[in-house]
Every structure is written in C-alpha cells, then in structure tokens.
Design a protein. Structure first.
Length: 95
C-alpha cells in the first residue's frame, strides 16, 4: 500500500461520511431528520449537503442571467425558497 492509502484508511476507520440530497432538506421536518442523524454520531468525518429542493434550478438561472444583467429577481426567489422551507423553524434566524 502507498503511504497515502495507509493514511486515508486510518483516517476513515470508524468514521462516517454523510451526504444529504436536496429532497432530504426540502422541508423543516427533513432538515430536522438530517440533524437528528448527525446528532447520533459524535465524530462524523464529513458532511456533504446539496442545495435544498428547488434551489439548484434557481442558481443555474442566476448564472444564465449574470451574462445579461444582475439577477436581483432570481436572488430574491432563492431567498424566498429558503424562507418557505425554514421560516417556521428554529432555523429562521439563518435566513
């Protein structure tokens, strides 16, 4: 084995990598389930999250609009989407 392989395997031993897709974060309940899963692991190695459901398309639209003008309206739609998802939760202060 290469030194890198030995390091990587010892680094990953007994650790979990979590990946949460956009749909799993598409509601307050979904986000809370993700956080509950993470709370059960005292030593997660990595947490990977996707944009919440509906946000990826808006981000792509922003990129497309940047070539023409500042995408203020679409940015407001992104903020609105996050507000819809998390406004009535303990996480509303993050919006």
């Amino acid at each position: 084995m290469f030194l890198y392989d030995l390091f990587f395997h010892s680094w990953m031993k007994g650790s979990a990598v979590y990946k949460f897709g956009g749909t799993s974060q598409g509601s307050t309940l979904g986000l809370e389930k993700c956080l509950e899963i993470l709370s059960l692991d005292n030593n997660p190695r990595a947490v990977i999250v996707s944009a919440p459901s509906g946000v990826t398309n808006l981000l792509q639209q922003i990129i497309n609009e940047l070539s023409n003008d500042f995408p203020e309206e679409t940015l407001l739609r992104v903020k609105s989407r996050f507000s819809e998802l998390y406004n009535d939760s303990d996480y509303s202060d993050l919006i």
